[in-house]
Design a protein around this ligand. Sequence first.
Ligand code: ZN
Length: 96
Amino acid sequence: MTARDKLTFAVTGMGCEGCVDVIENAVMPMTCVAYVGISLSGGTMTVRPGPGFDPVAMVSRIVALGYGVDEAPVEGNRSNACPCTRPAAVGPEGLR
Ligand SMILES: [Zn+2]
């Protein structure tokens, strides 16, 4: 892995597409984040850092929403139950 290309974070608490929307909407507007993609089935969030990327600020936004995320990027998959009450079909689109 060269410079800061993409970072993957394990996110706990996501269980449906509502969770994905909530987290994306929280992280996407951050100027230090160039891109965010969330894998619902994998329980991961892939971030392309922008200028002055601040993982602590990013994490605190997500934690404030009721999810768990580690500041340290990880490899691997998690699967979790979710705390949101939005009924949504969980599709297999994130499976790899
Ligand atoms: Zn949910």
